[in-house]
Design a protein around this ligand. Structure first.
Ligand SMILES: [Zn+2]
Ligand SMILES: [Zn+2]
Length: 392
């Protein structure tokens, strides 16, 4: 075991304590007041870091290296979700209706661990390491966008990396992939305006439920017939509300949905494809509509050479048995905002295990992590900090 590995292993108790404190005290996006105060206080116990608050609930720690090199941004997201936790362990959420169900408590503990290691050995890293504890990943327009657009966080940043724990991978496994990694999660809101009437006399009404049902099924025609099979596109109508009782045809139906793509060209074309179907179906049946379409986070496209570096780091850090080429996912991530400004790559660290019952999906009320994954995360980001700050 190297000296670095030994130090990291000693951190284990501390990592678990941080993670459990955060897990017990979750806060949703833009409201991370206690969370950010806790992070700031812990960082201020560490020597040699400059700690600031770029926004009200985010925290930045900067470590200046001893020799010239690159400036690297490491990112952890810190927000929780509006979910009622169903876990019963002693560090379950104390905040009713709020839960760390995505692993951001783990991400925060991991980055605190990296800050501690770096602060204990400031001479070992060249360049500059910026560690951003980012607010509001789970809620649009997202904390990353605010940090990138409204603070100087990215000024002078050469490279960026960060990780997401994954309950779908075995604890301790690292997965990286070059190129497209996560999709752009865009949104639609649709109102179909019909004409209400008596349930017994649909001929005198324009039934927005019947029209809406046609719209829902016809939208899938775009996916299966309108776009090439090898070009990923998901359209999901996730909310459909209409009517109040059994004998009244309602006036209108409202729907919400999500549209996921990787390719920016397809992303830009999607609103037109979707509206053409909605308009066609509504015209055919005498209904009208109002469509609101909103672009969410950009697709997350890893820079190939940075992903290759992370793969090499993973092979050295966890070994080939615990490395896997990551699969792309249609999930979204506002880490993509940083990649608009600097090359970089995002990767996964497995947190699933049967022993710790941590294979529940992300955003599930039983979600939790195998805490062994915290050490893996620290080792990966610490090694990345040493390697990626090296001068070119
Ligand atoms: Zn999430
Ligand atoms: Zn997440």
């Amino acid at each position: 075991m190297t000296a670095t590995q030994e130090r990291t292993t000693e951190l284990r108790d501390q990592l678990v304590a941080w993670r459990r404190h955060l897990h017990m005290n979750p806060e949703v996006g833009f409201h991370e007041h206690e969370t950010s105060a806790f992070i700031e206080a812990e960082l201020k116990k560490m020597a040699g870091l400059t700690v600031t608050r770029p926004t009200e609930t985010s925290v930045l720690a900067v470590l200046e290296g001893s020799t010239p090199g690159r400036t690297l941004l490491l990112r952890a997201d810190i927000d929780a979700l509006p979910i009622t936790e169903e876990n019963t362990f002693e560090f379950a959420s104390k905040n009713a209706g709020v839960m760390h169900a995505c692993g951001h408590d783990g991400h925060t503990a991991i980055l605190l661990g990296v800050a501690k290691l770096l602060s204990e050995n400031p001479g070992e890293v060249p360049g500059e390491v910026r560690m951003i504890f980012q607010h509001a990943e789970e809620i649009g327009p997202g904390g990353a966008e605010e940090l990138v657009m409204e603070t100087g966080l990215m000024d002078g940043v050469d490279l960026v990396t960060g990780l997401h724990l994954s309950s779908q991978l075995p604890a301790g496994m690292v997965a990286v992939k070059p190129g497209p990694f996560m999709a752009s999660p865009d949104m639609l809101e649709l109102t179909i305006q019909g004409r209400g009437g008596h349930g017994a006399h649909p001929e005198e009404a324009v039934d927005p439920i019947a029209v809406g049902a046609q719209v829902v099924t016809n939208l899938q025609h775009i996916v299966s017939r309108g776009v090439a099979a090898l070009e990923p596109l998901v359209i999901s109508i996730t909310s459909f509300h209409s009517g109040t009782t059994h004998n009244v045809i309602p006036d209108r139906a409202t729907m919400l949905g999500t549209i996921r793509t990787f390719d920016p060209e397809l992303r830009n074309r999607a609103p037109e494809l979707i509206e053409r179907v909605i308009k066609g179906v509504c015209d055919a049946h005498g209904a009208t509509y109002e469509l609101k379409y909103e672009f969410g986070y950009r697709a997350l496209i890893n820079t190939d050479w940075v992903a290759e570096q992370l793969k090499e780091i993973a092979l050295e850090t966890v070994g080939p048995e615990l490395f896997r080429d990551a699969k792309p996912t249609m999930g979204g991530e506002d880490f993509s905002a940083y990649l608009e400004k600097a090359p970089g790559a995002y990767f996964n660290v497995g947190s699933g295990s049967d022993e710790q019952d941590s294979r529940w999906p992300h955003h599930h009320p039983r979600f939790t992590i195998d805490e062994d994954s915290l050490e893996t995360g620290v080792k990966m980001l610490h090694a990345a900090a040493l390697r990626l700050t090296m001068p070119e």
